[in-house]
Design a protein around this ligand. Structure first.
Ligand code: PHE
Length: 368
């Protein structure tokens, strides 16, 4: 039953104490039952509102109605009641908002002892790593680094590199052409570059001699994938043009580079080869680093492993960049190109080129 303020008939101290005690008991009971903000506000109004709140009623029914001699006794009690009621109402509200914020803290609790989310560190892919190693060997010799587009025109991939139109040497490159270009002139037709050599031309168009540049990059050929072939692979190209560059410079440069890459005890061997854009041309082998040259399965019992192609820049190539200062009678140069996957496979003893492109973590994690 909700508390109501009684009229007083008996103003004796004992009766007053009893009335006060009943009021406080009623108040405490209601205070304990409060469980929401809304209830708490109604509760405060019911007890403390100036207009017809219980304290106001007490003032009217007990104090104002008290006969003269009892006024003093009633007055002290009513005053004390004001303080007590205020205190109890405040406490009740405090308890409510206290438990509300407690509930919020509970729901937003963070367990800082939980293990964090493990983010594994990334690592360079073995192909990129090998490519960077090769590039750095040449940077240390003063070469700058250039890149070129993966989609090339026939002109840069073939014509300016002295592959004449319809020349059979083009067939060796298993080219992937962009479809639907029959209307274009042959030299403007787009293709996926089959080697990084077109960047030789871009570099010479951009910079007059002398030039020393290495070009890392991705190339494409219409090869069926197997353990040693992939339609996408990487090359590092090199080009040096200056006055008086000789085949000796080429041999010395590549011999140094191979020793830097594979260890100072490897030897290099140059033997004649053919590329339309170099003359003379050579293929370069290094002593098999598995058997040290004695002959094993890796080197097919030859003691040598063939690694790259190179040669002296063909004067016919300079013709295409003559306007930028490449006069074949004043300058000379050499170029080389090597396959990055092949070098990585030999360096790390990998027997299947497909492993580089399958994204198998068990393979890749070995290079972290
Ligand atoms: N571009 C040639 C290839 O991909 C390699 C090469 C580069 C040969 C530079 C000579 C000079 O086979």
């Amino acid at each position: 039953m909700a508390y109501t303020v009684p009229k007083l008939e008996d103003y004796s101290p004992a009766a007053l104490d009893k009335a006060v005690a009943e009021l406080l008991a009623g108040l405490r009971q209601e205070a304990a039952a409060i469980s929401s903000e809304g209830e708490s506000k109604a509760f405060r109004d019911r007890w403390m509102a100036r207009k017809n709140g219980i304290l106001t009623q007490v003032n009217d029914l007990w104090l104002k109605a008290a006969p003269g001699p009892a006024k003093r006794e009633v007055g002290t009690r009513v005053n004390n009641l004001k303080t007590d009621v205020e205190q109890i109402v405040d406490d009740a509200q405090g308890r409510l908002s206290g438990s509300a914020s407690q509930a919020r803290l509970e729901s937003e609790r963070i367990d800082i002892t939980l293990p964090g989310i493990h983010r594994p560190l990334g690592a360079e892919h073995p192909v990129i790593r090998t490519m960077n190693e090769i590039v750095n060997v040449f940077r240390a010799m003063g070469y700058s680094v250039a890149e070129g587009p993966e989609i090339e025109t026939d002109y840069f991939n073939f014509e300016a590199l002295n592959f004449p139109p319809n020349h059979p040497a083009r067939d060796t490159q298993d080219t992937l052409f962009v479809a639907g270009q029959e209307k274009k002139q042959q030299r403007d037709r787009l293709l996926l570059r089959t080697h990084t050599s077109p960047v030789q031309i871009h570099a010479m168009e951009q910079q007059p001699p002398p030039i020393r540049v290495v070009v890392p990059g991705k190339v494409h050929r219409a090869d069926t994938a197997d353990a040693t072939h992939s339609p996408i692979f990487h090359q590092v190209e090199g080009l040096a043009v200056d006055t008086n560059i000789t085949f000796c410079d080429l041999k010395g440069t590549l011999d140094h580079a191979m020793k830097a890459l594979f260890g100072s005890d490897v030897n290099t061997r140059f033997f004649p080869s053919f590329f339309p854009f170099t003359e003379p041309s050579a293929d370069v082998s290094v002593t098999c680093f598995k058997c040290g040259g004695k002959g094993c399965r890796l080197c097919k019992n030859s003691g040598w492993i063939e690694l790259l192609g190179c040669g002296m820049v063909d004067p016919a190539v300079f013709k295409f960049v003559e306007n930028n200062g490449y006069k074949a009678d004043k300058i000379s140069g050499f170029a080389f190109g090597m396959g990055v996957e092949r070098i990585a496979m030999l360096k790390y003893g990998i027997d299947d080129i497909q492993l580089f492109f399958q994204g198998d973590m068990r393979f890749l994690e070995q290079f972290v």
